[in-house]
Design a protein around this ligand. Structure first.
Ligand SMILES: [Zn+2]
Length: 340
């Protein structure tokens, strides 16, 4: 059987128990699942390659590109030692604006807050809990308190913060969260990134981590070109030799055109193997959870169908885009219920 080439996506890695939000957003993978996946794919005849080799060889099949999004510290602390021991090359795709900021990109810091409800009661959290921006979000959400808002499914608080605040206001809150001892920062800073060693390459994932589906063409252009400049400087390589990853996998025709003109390739979150019809500006990438891997690699018409169906679901199941559609509807229904 000819093995279709694969691009895999991972985010946060854990050894014992995943963070609640990571499971809901499908961005947490167990270290042993990672190791098992690598072993299984190698056993099938797949070869893990670096980005340059992937671009040169993907048409021939049987190659895998492993990517990690958002630059989680857990990549450095947990995944990197495992990957180094096995000689697996990795691409880390970075949100360039967050590298020099004190806090995590949105919505990652909000995940951290939500995963630590106990910490919110402590005095150290007061600068966040009583911040005017946070109060405004809670008031606009219609929920009686921050605690109530955060207790909703992940997309509800994410959308409440995203729609009530500007990007700069979200960054202000990110900094506060990063400074609270029990919360802190989950992604690497530029200094952390520079300290990495091993078979690591870099890719860009925009400047601000906003979904391209929500931006103007001009904003998309700035997100692509400015992140290209930053990651090119960081990696010492021209942007034309680097990969780009669309935040939340959200790609528009215009975004694809800009990415094609700036980067070597662009990756989505369409959960399926590569086909001969895929353009380099929108390669599919399979999120690294067991079920997606099984569907994508088992071959056969039924599995292909399942894989395609999952692709559509996955695209909408991720934190952002699902709630671009579902969040406002849900909120509107709830408000309606209250006013009746
Ligand atoms: Zn991301």
């Amino acid at each position: 059987m000819r093995l279709p080439s694969l691009a895999l996506a991972a985010h946060d890695i854990y050894r014992s128990s995943p963070s609640h939000s990571g499971v809901e957003a499908n961005i947490s993978v167990a270290a042993d699942v990672l190791v098992e996946t690598i072993g299984t794919l190698r056993g099938m005849g797949y070869r893990f390659v670096n980005f340059g080799e992937f671009m040169a060889e993907h048409r021939g099949g049987a190659v895998v590109l492993l990517t990690f999004d958002d630059g989680y510290r857990s990549f450095r602390d947990c995944a990197l030692p495992l990957l180094t021991a096995q000689g697996i090359p990795t691409v880390i795709t970075l949100v360039s604006g967050a590298l020099r900021c004190p806090g995590d990109p949105f919505p990652l810091w909000l995940h951290t807050v939500r995963d630590h409800p106990g910490a919110l009661e402590q005095a150290a959290c007061a600068p966040f809990v009583s911040h005017p921006h946070v109060r405004r979000v809670v008031a606009a959400s219609g929920f009686p308190s921050l605690r109530d808002l955060l207790a909703q499914p992940l997309g509800v608080p994410s959308e409440a913060f995203r729609t009530s605040l500007t990007h700069n206001q979200l960054e202000e809150l990110a900094e506060i969260v990063a400074g609270i001892p029990d919360l802190g920062r989950v992604t690497m800073t530029e200094a952390d990134i520079k300290g990495l060693s091993g078979l690591i390459e870099f890719g860009a994932q925009s400047v601000t981590h906003r979904s391209f589906a929500l931006l103007t063409n001009r904003e998309i252009e700035l997100e692509v070109t400015n992140s290209a400049a930053s990651i090119s400087e960081l990696s010492g390589k021209p942007a034309g030799s680097l990969p780009f990853v669309y935040p939340y996998g959200a790609v528009t025709t215009y975004a694809e055109r800009v990415v094609r003109s700036v980067f070597r390739a662009g990756f989505t979150c369409h959960s399926r193997p590569l086909t001969a019809l895929d353009h380099a500006s929108s390669f599919p990438r399979i999120n690294l959870d067991g079920e997606a891997i099984r569907n994508a690699t088992s071959g056969g018409a039924v599995a292909d169908l399942l894989s395609l169906a999952r692709e559509k679901l996955k695209l909408h199941a991720r934190t952002g885009p699902a709630w671009v559609v579902l969040g406002p509807i849900r909120n509107a229904v709830r408000r309606l219920g209250r006013s009746v």
